[in-house]
Design a protein around this ligand. Sequence first.
Ligand code: TMP
Length: 209
Amino acid sequence: MRGYFITFEGSEGCGKTTQINALAKRFEDEGRTVQITREPGGTIIGEKIRDLLQDPINKNSINPLTELLLFSASRSELITSVIQPALSRGEIVISDRFTDSTLVYQGLARSIGIPIVQKLNKITIGTLKPDLTILLDLDTEIGIKRAMERQSGKLDRIETESLDFFKAIRKGYLELAKNNPDRIKVINGILGIREIEHQIWEIIKGKSK
Ligand code: TMP
């Protein structure tokens, strides 16, 4: 059985983690082996990079290009040591974020530009491409409020960015989805947890027909 690669995307507080866990359970109930992973992170090196990228103490000491390269370094490790091996074993891989995050956060919101990020993404991932991307779209203010509540007001380095930054992220994601309608499926993140779970499962059932 061939492996299947699903990525989840969305701005802060959109509910990715809850849905990823629910989806993994559905696949496991069907007898599939699932690898859940996340970006940045998912490997020993990747988790160290994640700490560097998220620690608010580094607020003014990581320039946009360094940030882009750190996210890419974490991804390179994750692909070779987790994603590719699992897909080769015929497993389902569900990643909390992937290259679309880099396109919108670094390419658009940090103004590095889409072409540079696309080039680097290509070097990092080669021919690997998600089979399906679920974009949980949520009003920016609601998402930030949820993230604040979840972390009891302690936001990480990126979460302390301005509301305009996150509005640009949301807009960028919706644009990406418009340009990749076969791969990226948009779900309204304001819906209830069960309804979102149901919609995601319907999309997957539709894809496997
Ligand atoms: P999260 O795992 O809680 O969503 O946090 C990851 C943070 O890193 C989030 O603010 C989005 C950001 N990010 C980027 O800016 N670029 C990337 O390529 C990735 C994978 C994440």
